[in-house]
Ligand binder design. Structure first.
Ligand code: ZN
Length: 92
């Protein structure tokens, strides 16, 4: 996915135990708001919006799996509140 290009602007580019949600520019809650808005536009914008939101979802699930394995590791993650709330909701 093209959206992961913004991972390239991060330093370091790849860090195994980092949650990309709310960390990278295109993975912020503000960016997601724009992706939701894209859904109301015509093709191909709505399709792009679906793709981007789906990417956020998979990134987030990835974060959740890592978070459930090591909660202390994500204490300073920009998405920690969302991770906490979701894991509480899911009971993990
Ligand atoms: Zn990503």
């Amino acid at each position: 996915m093209l959206v992961d290009l913004d991972h390239l602007f991060a330093n370091p580019i790849f860090q195994a135990d980092r949650c990309s949600i709310n960390f990278h520019f295109l993975h912020t809650y503000y960016a997601m708001l724009i992706y939701v808005l894209l859904l109301f536009f015509r093709k191909p914008f709505n399709v792009i919006g679906i793709g981007l939101l789906f990417h956020m979802l998979t990134d987030f699930i990835n974060c959740l799996i890592m978070y459930s394995g090591c909660k202390e590791c994500f204490a300073d993650s920009p998405a920690i509140e969302l991770l906490k709330a979701t894991s509480r909701l899911l009971g993990i």
